[in-house]
Ligand binder design. Structure first.
Ligand SMILES: C[S@@+](CC[C@H](N)C(=O)[O-])C[C@H]1O[C@@H](n2cnc3c(N)ncnc32)[C@H](O)[C@@H]1O
Ligand code: SF4
Ligand code: SF4
Length: 265
């Protein structure tokens, strides 16, 4: 049964419901690389920012994730291969093979998604090479050099900088963990596939969630939500050159220069 979403409610109940929804949806994004061949304006993975931590998932990271999922008998419904640009991972094909092998042996209902910008011929060829095994091939069809995506909103708007209180914030209700996915990234397991991992990398932190078990643990999940959702612009959605005071300070302290973002104008 799909859990009902409701606006408002007590904050603790909201966290519980968020987490239950996320577990029920069983959808995870694997950010197999934080690198990209594009620098889209306000990319949710910070590909437009210099001076931030970037990494990749190794084959053994993926194997560990799958083995643990099997060991605890948690069946993912959707695994999305994403990034950064996933097709530039040096082990892209092998990673896709390993995930397909897991589906055949342990989880035949699994839906495998691939999201690629499809900018280069090589990306398109690699996507075509694995397309038969995918449930969805999401080629977002970006164009080299065209870095402004009109529908992108700024991650870097801390709600309290705008006078939005914590209670109000969680009444707005970000639907990312359940509607999109949780994630495994170079920074570890994260509550969502949208903005949480870039925040950790910008702040120079690793996730305290080190395993699938941790991700399914409500205390650990809630701890990360409290920390990262409170600095996230997803819930306020501004589509302009916007960076709130908290993030301006972080960018200054860490000498982060958004390459296409005139955030302090
Ligand atoms: C982070 S990208 C990674 C995959 C691939 N590089 C691509 O762009 O298709 C995944 C999805 O997030 C979207 N996205 C990235 N930054 C966003 C933002 N700030 N707001 C809304 N969507 C965003 C992209 O358009 C893409 O559909
Ligand atoms: S192509 Fe995707 S990952 Fe790369 S910068 Fe654009 S939105 Fe970010
Ligand atoms: S970090 Fe942002 S996008 Fe992710 S769950 Fe929290 S509010 Fe939503």
């Amino acid at each position: 049964m799909r859990l009902k979403k409701q606006a408002g409610g007590k904050m603790a109940e909201n966290f519980k419901e968020f987490h239950e929804n996320a577990i029920y949806e069983a959808s995870i994004e694997l950010d197999i690389t934080d690198f990209c061949n594009m620098k889209c304006f306000m990319c949710s993975r910070g590909c437009d920012l210099n001076n931030i931590k970037k990494g990749m998932l190794s084959i053994s990271d993926i194997e560990k994730f799958l083995k643990e999922s099997v060991d605890i008998d948690y069946k993912w419904k959707i695994i999305r291969i994403i990034g950064g640009e996933p097709t530039i991972h040096p082990d892209f094909i092998e990673i896709m093979d390993i995930i397909y092998d897991y589906k055949i042996k342990h989880n035949t209902d699994l839906k495998i998604w691939l999201t690629t910008n499809g900018v280069t011929e090589k990306s398109r060829q690699l996507a075509a090479a694995v397309a038969e095994r995918l449930f969805v091939l999401d080629t977002t069809g970006k164009v080299a050099g065209e870095y402004v995506n009109p529908g992108f909103w700024s991650p870097y708007m801390k709600p309290s900088d705008l006078g939005i209180t914590a209670d109000e914030q969680f009444m707005i209700r970000c639907i990312a963990p359940s509607e999109y996915a949780m994630s495994l990234t170079s920074a570890g397991y994260c509550i969502c596939g949208c903005h949480s991992s870039v925040f950790l990398r910008i702040l120079g932190k690793d996730s305290e969630m080190k395993s699938v078990k941790d991700l399914l643990n409500i205390e650990k999940f809630t701890k990360q939500m409290k920390e990262l959702c409170s600095i996230c612009g997803f819930q306020v959605k501004t589509y302009e050159f916007n960076v709130s005071d908290y993030w301006k300070k972080v960018f200054e302290e860490k000498n982060i220069k958004p390459e296409f973002m005139e955030y302090n104008k």
